[in-house]
Design a protein around this ligand. Sequence first.
Ligand code: SAM
Ligand code: SF4
Length: 337
Amino acid sequence: MSLELLNSLPLIDPFGRTVDYVRVSVTDRCNLRCTYCMSEEMRFLPRRDLLTLEELDRLCAAFVRRGVKHLRLTGGEPLTRKGIMDLVRGLSRHLQSGALEELTLTTNGVRLAEFAQGLAEAGVRRVNVSLDSLDRATFARIARADRLAQVLDGIAAAQAAGLKVKINTVALKNDNEAEIPRLIQWAHAGGMDISLIETMPMGAVDEDRTDQFLSLTALREQMRSYWTLSDLPERTGGPSRYVRVAQTGGRLGFITPLTHNFCDTCSRVRVTCTGTLFLCLGQEAAMDLRGPLRASDAALHAAIDKAIAAKPKAHDFLLPVPGARPAVARHMSVTGG
Ligand code: SAM
Ligand code: SF4
């Protein structure tokens, strides 16, 4: 088989799973410091270690060539990366050609008002916005920054630009547990899906995550006492399971990597802003793509093939043990969730 042909073969791992979804972290920096994600005094990577925008573009193009249909830009906060719109506009050529089905973004929304229109014009149809509280003081405590108003403006601007917004909320026992039903009602009233996320033991933070851990399996059972939840068949190739809430008419997702095994249908891999390919959110299995990327396209494709052949079957997050070290040393802001 010619090299040309080899480099356009789909990515199928040893367990028969086709990898068609890539999350790319474009920066490890952020304009918030969410307590479950970062420590207050985070040390970020030197800028010279980051892939350039051109390299990010080439990397994404290589994955698209290998049959990747869904690209999600994340971070850190992707909208703080200088030149992010150049990257988005460049990647939109794959949407126009039909090779890519979807280009999306996960953002904290702080700068979304500025970028919403441009994102929509570049062909982005959906964005995920992380929002853990609608109460200004609670938001400020969790995010360590008083930015709720900007996030709400960002969401409004995104909707006005025609983007579909999904809300992601990390369920935190002491911080927002009591507020979760209200958040769900608010999201659904605004025509948005919402997913709840369990805290994952990734990277050292200042607090003990076992104090914050809230089991979504238990929360869902509790919700059944006041709402009618019907299971939906949608699967996204990730750890989400969806239900319809009869009383609000909206969709509610549960992202439960700790209490639920989702690995059997995993179709995704993640690339950090320094070009390391992580094959599983909950494992250290990784491959450097920056070196091969800087060498040649052929070297890049060979490295991607080698990595996919080593995609782990499943993660091994354990249920939280008080005082235990994180299961995975890297922060979520490295791989972008
Ligand atoms: N800054 C953007 C944002 O917050 O949406 C994108 C990157 S952020 C790392 C992606 C998602 O990961 C967010 O929804 C965030 O709430 C979630 N996240 C971060 N650390 C987490 C952790 N330890 N456990 C569970 N979710 C986490
Ligand atoms: Fe920043 Fe997102 Fe992490 Fe919050 S969750 S600190 S917004 S990267």
